[in-house]
Design a protein around this ligand. Structure first.
Ligand code: ASP
Ligand code: MG
Length: 411
């Protein structure tokens, strides 16, 4: 029998019927003899609404009070889920972040977990009670309520699973697993039965939205297997119908590429005719770093005359205006002639552990895009990924072509 932390996302607890449906899944697992702890998100849309309430009163809201407000969504669903379980004759109670406690630092709005004290919850579980923890929230050392950042209840669930030394963390959501690419764009996308933490992290970092990146990092660090599965299918987690995110092992099939991710969230900035001398890259990226703007892809073209080069890089679309402002204000120090920006780009990334050992992965990507007459603007690599920046209008075409080229299409 397994010990499983089961997490329900916002759509899975989006209304009363859905909360009852989620409780039925928990009941089915209990029936099979599994030990269960539950973590819930707020009802879909509620967190957005609470954030809007804060903004409507005070655009420069006090972060402590912001957390007091937005954490309330999860308090409601934790209580409702406990009631729904009780309604099925299951002994259950809710746990808020401070009641465990789940301790965090005091960075309101995106607090980091320090530790999870699950001893009291554990004891109750051993006595046959089901604990329902409110996701997304914790408590700082001065007793303030904190929240973990948007999508943070995945992280809550993994942290609880690690603290309880659970066998698995099942993430019930509105999709039935992790796919080789976005199935809404590529109809031949396949659901993966398993994927490694490392690959999942790389996919998430490159745009796959299914799990919060932090939750995967945490799962990897504590070796908590995670399963992504649909709350709207009949199967329950112990039947393993979803995608398991786990450590890699030899039995896993190894093609070169496991998945293809994309993001339209980045924008491109080019600095034209930057002096070709030491210290220039520092002068460009220093001010951006100081403003908390992170830069993703970078290329610098070499100059043929040794005088001036062009530097091109990408930032999040949300940061574009601030980034340009920062660069303009440093213009005399950096010494460029022009800033060119482009929002109409998308980044396509191949991800796979097999890329470490297999040659020719990049060549295939470049040839595939060339055959479709898609121009590559920037290239970036990591040990297990290869990304290109292309014009946004070719996103779908590129995804389909690459999916086929790497043999990922469903039969
Ligand atoms: N309710 C929070 C949010 O919408 C946390 C979560 O659902 O994971 O961001
Ligand atoms: Mg990189």
């Amino acid at each position: 029998m397994a010990f499983v932390v089961v997490k329900f996302g916002g759509t899975s607890v989006g209304d009363i019927e859905r909360i009852k449906n989620a409780a039925a899944k928990v009941a089915a697992e209990v029936q099979k003899g599994h030990k269960i702890a539950v973590v819930v998100s707020a009802m879909a849309g509620v967190t957005d609404q609470l954030i809007n309430h804060c903004k409507a009163i005070s655009p420069m809201h006090d972060p402590r009070e912001y957390d007091a407000v937005v954490a309330s969504g999860e308090q409601v669903t934790a209580g409702l889920m406990a009631l729904a379980l009780q309604q099925r004759g299951i002994n259950a109670r809710s746990w808020l972040g401070w009641q465990l406690p789940l301790r965090t630092d005091s960075t309101h709005g995106r607090a980091r977990i320090i530790d999870v004290n699950a001893a009291a919850l554990r004891k109750r579980i051993d006595d046959g009670e089901i604990g329902v923890m409110a996701g997304f929230q914790g408590v700082s050392d001065d007793g303030s309520i904190t929240t973990l950042g948007r999508g943070g209840s995945d992280t809550s669930a993994v942290a609880l699973a690690a603290a309880l030394k659970a066998d698995r963390c099942d993430i019930y959501t509105d999709v039935d697993g992790v796919y080789t690419t976005d199935p809404r764009i590529v109809t031949k996308a396949r659901k993966l039965a398993r994927i490694t933490y490392e690959e999942m992290l790389e996919l998430a970092a490159n745009g796959a939205k299914v799990l919060q990146t932090r939750s995967v990092e945490l799962a990897w660090r504590y070796h908590v297997p995670m399963q992504v599965l649909s709350t709207f299918a009949n199967a329950v987690g112990s039947e393993l119908p979803g995608t398991l995110v786990t450590d890699g092992d030899e039995t896993m099939e190894q093609g070169s590429v496991t998945g293809v991710a994309y993001t339209r969230d980045e924008a491109k900035i080019s600095l034209v005719k930057v002096a070709d001398k030491p210290g220039v890259a520092a002068a460009v990226f220093g001010p951006l770093a100081k403003m908390g703007i992170s830069v993703d892809m970078i290329v610098q073209t070499s100059s043929d005359d040794g005088q001036a080069t062009d530097i091109t890089f990408t930032v999040s679309k949300n940061d574009l205006d601030r980034a340009v402002q920062a660069l303009e204000s440093e213009r005399s120090r950096i010494g460029f002639t022009k800033v060119i920006t482009d929002r109409n780009v998308s980044k396509i990334s191949l991800v796979g552990l097999g890329m470490r050992s297999q040659a020719g992965v990049a060549a295939t990507m470049f040839q595939t895009l060339a055959d479709k007459k898609i121009n590559i603007q920037v290239i970036d690599t990591s040990e297990i990924s290869l990304s290109v920046l292309i014009a946004e209008e070719y996103t779908e075409l590129a995804l389909r072509a690459l999916h086929t080229a790497y043999g990922l299409d469903a039969q």
